[in-house]
Design a binder for this molecule. Structure first.
Ligand code: IPE
Ligand code: IPE
Ligand code: MG
Length: 255
């Protein structure tokens, strides 16, 4: 039995995370280790996106949310930003037929208006082509940051209050959630960050309040089936208590 088979045999299919979010980091370092340009690292990263989407879909995971380009990433050198934009458009065009075949539904999160027009068109075409799909929900975070999203939500709520549609004392957690780009999407159960850094980098701050965090040194282009299964097995070994005691959680599980 190889490692992938062993990990698969340890997975409990009835306890799969419903929603996995990933901070895909380490493309640049992957390229540097091979004396290649950063672009090659990003191109290689697209293969990992392809593979992980397929594995998540095959495992019956409901939602896969990928941090592909952050608001702060606009501050990278212009040629790198251009390469990333080109790759995003190219990847979505290339992948759409297989996503449709695998019943994957694309959803776009972030300030999509900031992306170059052709890329926006490619993304929009991918979203429309998969709009009828009912399998894995693939959420692509592009020009996304959590503070951008929360600020926008607060602005929308303030505007509704100013128009008299809601009053301040009606604002609750559900009001906030429903004004985020993730409205209607359950919170991530598992957040994976590849590339070795142990930080959140402005990703889903509200939504990960009770997510299990998993940090791995594996660089994103190297993050394959085995590494993904390792993360899932690790997740399944954890006890999610949501503020309760371990005894309470065990008792609830029995009933
Ligand atoms: C992640 O890889 C891709 C994006 C942030 C767009 P990086 O490009 O951040 O890779 P490192 O962190 O420099 O290795
Ligand atoms: C986080 O990676 C953003 C994405 C993966 C898109 P970064 O490489 O931009 O994160 P920092 O700047 O090192 O925190
Ligand atoms: Mg990085």
């Amino acid at each position: 039995m190889d490692r992938t088979e062993e990990l698969t045999s340890r997975l409990n299919m009835t306890r799969m995370p419903r929603h996995v979010a990933i901070i895909m980091d380490g493309n640049g370092r992957w390229a540097r280790e091979r004396m290649k340009g950063r672009s090659e690292g990003h191109a290689e990263g697209v293969n990992s996106v392809h593979n992980i989407t397929k594995y998540a879909s095959d495992l019956g995971i409901g939602y896969l949310t990928l941090y592909a380009f952050s608001t702060e990433n606009w501050n990278r050198p212009a040629p790198e930003v251009e390469t990333l934009m080109y790759l995003i458009g190219w990847a979505i065009r290339k992948e759409t037929p297989e996503l449709v075949a695998n019943n994957v539904h694309i959803n776009l999160l972030g300030e999509i208006d900031r992306l170059p027009e052709e890329v926006r068109r490619d993304l929009e075409a991918g979203r429309e082509a998969t709009a009828h799909c009912t399998g894995l929900n693939l959420n692509l975070c592009l020009s996304y940051s959590s503070r951008w999203e929360l600020t926008r939500a607060m602005r929308m709520i303030a505007e509704e209050a100013a128009r008299g549609e809601i009053s301040a004392d009606m604002v609750n957690e559900e009001t906030v959630s429903s004004h985020l780009s993730t409205a209607g999407i359950p919170d991530p159960d598992l957040l994976i960050r590849t590339g070795g850094e142990q930080r959140i980098s402005n990703f889903l701050l509200w939504q990960i309040a009770y997510s299990e965090l998993y940090f791995t040194p594996v660089l994103w282009p190297d993050f394959g089936h085995e590494a993904f299964l390792e993360a899932l097995v690790d997740y399944q070994g954890r006890e999610r208590r949501f503020g309760k005691t371990s005894d309470q959680v065990k008792e609830e599980k029995q009933n």
